[in-house]
Design a protein around this ligand. Sequence first.
Ligand SMILES: [Zn+2]
Length: 144
Amino acid sequence: MNQLSIALKVSQLLTLEHTADLSKPHEACALLLGKKYENIYQVDEIILVSNKYASEVRFGMDENELLKIYKYAESSNISVVGIFHSHPSKPVPSETDKVFMEINPVPWIIKSTITDEMRCFIFSDVVKGNIDGIEEIKMIVVKD
Ligand SMILES: [Zn+2]
């Protein structure tokens, strides 16, 4: 585990839990907007995004929806500090996730709708001894 971490509020965590439950059996997804302070990605806002594949094994975000979110983030002076999605399996990145994690090197939170665990990973090419470039990072949950 490296020293990077992502910080989110209890209410935001509950929002993610809730959207994952509501989307079952499909994978849920959301973008986390906020700011990065040194080693901490701070989540300020969660934007739920529909899964265009309505799938149990993969997720994809609609390009127009994404464009709107990125424009909104830019005008609000915040950025995408994380990507959330759920898995009806273990809360670890799939091979497909790993490809997209390299393209989007922000924290990826994955929630298992089977075990209810939530874990966070990031693509990193800077840490020694790193085999596939994916590392787990710490999730810090703070009071609202
Ligand atoms: Zn996945």
